[in-house]
Design a binder for this molecule. Sequence first.
Ligand SMILES: NC(=O)c1ccc[n+]([C@@H]2O[C@H](COP(=O)([O-])OP(=O)(O)OC[C@H]3O[C@@H](n4cnc5c(N)ncnc54)[C@H](OP(=O)(O)O)[C@@H]3O)[C@@H](O)[C@H]2O)c1
Length: 345
Amino acid sequence: MTLRISIIGFGAVGQGVSEILAHTNHNNHNNHNQHPPISVVAIADSRGAVVDEGGVDLADTLQRKRSTGTVATADATGMTALDVIESVDHEIVVEATPTDITTGGIGLTHIRRAFECGRHVVTSNKGPLVVKYRELCELARANGLHFRFEATVGGAMPIINLSREVLAGNRILATEGVLNGTCNYILTRMDDEGVSYEHALGEAQELGIAEADPTADVDGIDTAAKIVILANSLFGMDVGYDDVDVTGITKITPEAFKLAKESGHTIKLIGEVQENRDSQDNRLRVAPKMVPRNHPLNIGGTFNLASIQTELAGRITIGGIGAGSIETASAILSDILWIAGVGGE
Ligand SMILES: NC(=O)c1ccc[n+]([C@@H]2O[C@H](COP(=O)([O-])OP(=O)(O)OC[C@H]3O[C@@H](n4cnc5c(N)ncnc54)[C@H](OP(=O)(O)O)[C@@H]3O)[C@@H](O)[C@H]2O)c1
């Protein structure tokens, strides 16, 4: 049976999903990782949609987006993402609109509606999970649907599904990680070259690693959002952004790196969740931390890395590329295939 999906939001991630689906479907006959054919039946961006129940032409849509700025075809110009979710027959909504961790943004409306319409959801959008994780999980469960969100934390690094599925039966006691590639790039440059925070940030902006407005990254907000998602999904907590103690990297000086180096350390922005079942005094924190130079968390560049402390298996450490169109889309594809039932074979 063909699995029909919609892609809501056609920026870096939505386009990455299209590119790999075009490729995966094309190669499906030749590889060993057989899965049911996946057909994208609708794509929406902020200006309109393209709908084709027989399967949207992905190459044509990518080309149109690049040349006109929108996926919209003349017959679906006024069609919104909500119209797609409600009226087009399909099984899975891939939600990849911008993150808003204060209100949940339009993504929250899309995901709620998808569940109400009987569609599974795969998302890379942190906002809805930071604001309404429990409500969305309950809505999915009440409707017998799947809610998958591996791409929200660490891009291609498979921390959520690894912890919940591969490590099933292991109680997770704590997790800590380097979860923001932009901060890690800046801190790596400060450590390697002895340059100031401002200098390293400017360099990251020139290379397109940091945004023109880097606040969400350098103030630790993005890492804190990921910590909320991990706390709720791996530890069963019911917490929000305000429960995280957050310090960013903007005040770190070259002198601090010098001192750290003298004692065999470096400085990393570490997000951590530590559960304290006895006192309910859980630790949810994002802060710059001294890390021994030979510690696994001393990873360089834009890489993400996380360490999970488990009850039975001890410490498991995983890493991966934390952002990027194709890398993030790879996490979305694996969630789509899991829903298709291939993941467990
Ligand atoms: N990029 C990454 O590496 C990465 C990694 C992990 C997670 N994420 C998360 O994944 C999500 C998507 O990221 P991105 O980098 O692809 O963002 P992006 O490049 O800014 O793309 C966002 C897309 O959402 C569309 N959009 C905005 N409002 C909409 C609405 N009301 N209805 C339909 N579409 C709407 C935009 O439309 P227009 O094209 O018309 O403006 C755009 O196509 C974000 O939540 C982000 O935090 C991204």
